[in-house]
Design a protein around this ligand. Structure first.
Ligand code: AGP
Length: 608
């Protein structure tokens, strides 16, 4: 949520800052701005709208070899030019960009106003610029440290001051801040994506740290400005994999799923023993046998995949398992059990609610592993072990390929846990074979998807929809509803199919379609019976199912079936989720909406 960039070196800063911002725009896209230390003083340009709007509005002469930039997702105050970052102090000599939320901003705003300061925005960030600008401390680092001592909340921030144009001062508490080391030039960013094109030698600031960044290098300090030496290290990433230029990200990411599935499985399947090898979990067989419970934590779609994954772990490894929204977890003061394996799931590895849940577990002595996509992200660095998902960069706000790889991560986890416990070698081999065939089946679903376009257009016409499924199909329905509402802005609600008659059926009508997940399994008959109850009330149906499922009379009415290929039953959630992603994409495109940057949302949710 929000993106920060900074540059200091030999080159003109503004074009580099704008380029970095365009790479972070998926993180927040309601306004953007840059501040450059020009020879004549501090220059600031900011604007509501996208980075390209800022670029068009920038004055031609904006020269300077150091500067900071920001792309915003509004927390305090609407998306206006005045609320866009960077924020400046009353003298116009200090500029600040900030990610996170300051909890005591209201009190500080009141204090500054009472002192005669005229606040120019509704934001929490502006107070930081004023606190720094008004500080009587000698150095910029001291001014920043003094200001930070007055604020509560989370921040990743970057500060420039016209009086010391040879440096950018950065600080972190709860929001990521990375320093990239170049050749007589340095970069600053909230996300590797913004700087990996220039350097892969980076240092991650830790919470509570401050750093001075000059063209020649960087120095890190603790909050009290005592030295906290930190070396930059090489990150093992392919910079070209961050080249995510152009549009159409959701569509491209959706189509990348067969390859992403191959990547997450590569080198992790053991055909001989019918198991998976996940060395990164750091779990010895003896420790695995001692696990009495598995608790999965994630937010939004990662939570829904966590639900799918938990039921899989329970089924294959016969360990009681459940999933909980990470955003709620720590607020109920959970009991952390020593024989529970906690699993944190996150594409970005930055979601603050998931990160705080991880920290709560570790603080209480629990063991937590991660299923994370972004290498070196905060959650990946915080957990006791984990599985990287290798989905590749995911830019579209609506997650697709990351979810497929998360689910496959759970299959691998369940397989490894199961095979150390009571899952037979024959069952393990059955699943390994199923996994090997899966990328091909995912490709088949994508190749056969033309007929979905019409169905999506019909669904786009409805103001309100139900998504239903049972047991393994219920989190699939939840994810389907989530995807649909995220990008189409239609009201889409998910229920267990069995719950409809306990209330929601009252809303079923010819104007309210239901998308139902009906795999060929032990619940098919019960599912079809429930669909009759919907059909009898005039509710149109879209049924995601297998070819052998007989929908009988239903097909004579307002019912469209979408058949997906058969696989092992444990893999149905993936093959049944993909048509739901396509329905959401085509419906939103039909409605003329920007599927990559849906309103009110951002890719990584780094504020509570
Ligand atoms: C997915 O389509 C959503 N944009 C959202 O629910 C997302 O899954 C959630 O915010 C968690 O993100 P994470 O995987 O990066 O932690």
């Amino acid at each position: 949520m929000c993106g920060i960039v900074g540059y200091i070196g030999r080159l003109d800063a503004a074009p580099l800052l704008l380029e970095g911002l365009s790479r972070l725009e998926h993180r927040g896209y309601d306004s953007a701005g840059v501040a450059v230390l020009a020879p004549s003083g501090l220059k600031v340009a900011r604007r509501a709208g996208r980075v390209r709007d800022l670029q068009e509005a920038m004055p031609r002469r904006f020269g300077g070899r150091a500067g900071i930039g920001h792309t915003r997702w509004a927390t305090h105050g609407p998306a206006t030019d005045a609320n866009a970052h960077p924020h400046v102090d009353a003298t116009g000599r200090v500029a600040v960009v900030h990610n996170g939320i300051l909890d005591n901003a209201a009190a500080l705003r009141a204090e500054l106003t009472a002192d005669g300061v005229e606040l120019a925005s509704d934001t929490d960030t502006e107070v930081v610029a004023h606190l720094i600008g008004r500080s009587g401390a000698e150095t910029l680092e001291e001014k920043v440290a003094e200001a930070l001592a007055r604020i509560d909340g989370t921040y990743g921030l970057a500060v420039v001051h016209a009086d010391v144009p040879d440096r950018i001062v950065v600080a972190r508490h709860g929001s990521p801040l990375i320093i990239g080391v170049g050749d007589h030039e340095m970069h600053v960013a909230s996300d590797l994506a913004a700087l990996v094109r220039y350097t892969t030698t980076v240092a991650h600031l830790e919470d509570g740290e401050i750093a001075t960044v000059t063209a020649a290098g960087f120095t890190t300090y603790r909050a009290d400005l005592t030295h906290a030496p930190r070396a930059a290290t090489e990150v093992d990433v392919d910079p070209s994999s961050y080249d995510v230029d152009g549009d159409d990200h959701m569509h491209r990411e959706l189509l990348d799923q067969p390859a992403a599935a191959e990547r997450v499985l590569r080198g992790r399947l053991d055909e001989r023993f019918g198991t998976a090898h996940l060395g990164g979990l750091n779990l010895e067989p003896r420790e695995t046998r001692a696990i009495r419970r598995v608790k999965v934590l994630g937010c939004g779609s990662a939570f829904y995949v966590g639900q799918m994954g938990a039921s899989l772990v329970e089924e294959l490894a016969r360990i009681p398992a459940d999933a909980e929204a990470a955003s709620e977890f720590r607020y109920r003061n959970p009991v952390i059990e020593p024989d529970t394996l906690y699993v944190a799931v996150s594409q970005s590895g930055e979601t603050i609610d998931t990160l705080l849940a991880v920290q709560e577990i570790r603080r209480k002595g629990g063991r937590v592993v991660g299923l994370v996509n972004v290498v070196g992200s905060a959650i990946a660095r915080e957990v006791d072990g984990g599985i990287y998902l290798h989905a590749g960069p995911e830019v579209a706000v609506a997650s697709t390929k990351a979810l497929t790889t998360m689910y496959l991560g759970f299959v691998l986890l369940a397989l490894q846990l199961g095979r150390v416990r009571d899952l037979s070698v024959a069952e393990g081999k059955r699943l390994v074979a199923g996994l090997q065939a899966l990328p091909g089946l995912v490709q088949q679903v994508l190749d056969d998807s033309d007929a979905l376009v019409d169905v999506a257009h019909r669904l786009a016409a409805a103001d309100s929809l139900f998504f239903v499924g049972r047991v393994r199909g219920y989190p699939v329905a939840r994810e389907g509803a989530q995807k649909f509402k995220e990008v189409t802005y239609r009201h889409a609600e998910a229920y267990p199919t069995s719950e409809l008659k306990h209330g929601p059926l009252a809303l079923v009508s010819p104007d309210v379609p239901t998308v139902a997940i009906v795999p060929a399994d032990e619940l098919t008959e019960r599912n079809v019976a429930a669909l009759h109850e919907i059909s009898a009330r005039g509710g149109p149906l879209v049924v995601v199912t297998h070819a052998e499922v007989d929908l009988g009379e239903l097909e004579r009415g307002a019912c469209t079936r979408i058949d997906v290929p058969r696989s092992e039953r444990e893999l149905d959630p993936i093959l049944m989720t993909i048509p739901l992603q396509l329905l959401a994409l085509h419906a939103a495109t039909h409605l003329g909406l920007d599927v990559d940057k849906p309103r009110n949302l951002a890719k990584s949710v780094t504020v509570e």
